[in-house]
Design a protein around this ligand. Structure first.
Ligand SMILES: [Fe+2]
Ligand SMILES: [Fe+2]
Length: 259
């Protein structure tokens, strides 16, 4: 599947329900947390891929890598647009972003470019799983329409470009231990900050000690949606010696969203 850049501009109405996803504080803030996390993570991904290309490609960059970078840049911009709404709803997101940026900068400064590319590939592996989850079984059916469009479009493009970062990493090194270390760091980073962002939003919204929220959270991670088990099995696939993202059977999900 080739990677295609689509012009997208999602405008969010000024007034959006505080609990815009199924009237659920948990679901809403979980997705708000994704919206806080991904713009900076996507910029980190772009910087590392560009850095590697600058060192090696002598001006020759494949169309898919170009399109991958452009897609990630657009995702960051569109999610960031919703930060205005979060500000308007009274949330203070700057301290969270400061922590995130400190960590991402540290990874870039302290680790080799190859290890950063391994982390990038690991992040893309986890986002492909998140994208499958979002697009299966009409998960976003109860979300506010513009936010539903944002997350479905983003998810579809994550699946569409799921092989690109892995291929860039493999072009840099075929080291199996580095692939595994990158995957572990990526999971700690993404799952850690997703939960941190969720806690920040719930706390500011005075919902952190709401038992309904904790019940839904437990269902999501452990019982109903079993996302933690899915993430574990997904990582297990990644550990297979001859794994490649193109082995994922998920392209049908993309076609439902983008034609
Ligand atoms: Fe993205
Ligand atoms: Fe991505």
């Amino acid at each position: 599947m080739s990677v295609v850049v689509r012009p997208v501009n999602i405008e969010f109405p000024e007034q959006i329900d505080r609990y815009w996803f199924g009237n659920s504080p948990f679901k809403t803030h979980f997705l708000n947390s994704i919206t806080l996390l991904f713009p900076d993570v996507e910029q980190y991904i772009i910087r590392n891929v560009r850095q590697w290309l600058k060192q090696t490609s002598q001006g020759e960059i494949s169309q898919d890598v170009r399109a991958f970078i452009a897609q990630e840049a657009q995702h960051a911009v569109q999610h960031k647009n919703f930060w205005n709404n979060l500000h308007q709803q009274g949330y203070e997101i700057t301290p969270y972003l400061r922590w995130l940026r400190v960590l991402l900068n540290m990874l870039e400064k302290r680790l080799s470019i190859r290890l950063n590319l391994a982390i990038v590939a690991g992040i893309e592996h986890l986002t492909a799983l998140m994208a499958e989850f979002a697009l299966k079984d009409n998960f976003l059916a109860e979300a506010q329409p513009q936010l539903k469009a944002l997350f479905e479009w983003h998810a579809a493009e994550e699946i569409e470009h799921q092989s690109v970062a892995y291929d860039v990493f493999q072009s840099a090194t075929q080291s199996y231990p580095l692939r595994l270390v990158g995957m572990i760091v990526a999971h700690v980073l993404i799952l850690g900050f997703l939960n941190f962002g969720l806690a920040v939003m719930l706390y500011q919204d005075k919902q952190l000690f709401n038992s309904q929220v904790w019940q839904e959270m437990f269902q999501f991670w452990f019982t109903k949606d079993k996302f933690l088990a899915k993430a574990f099995l997904n990582s297990w696939d990644y550990c297979k010696k001859h794994f490649h993202p193109s082995q994922r059977d998920n392209l049908v999900l993309v076609q439902k969203v983008i034609s």
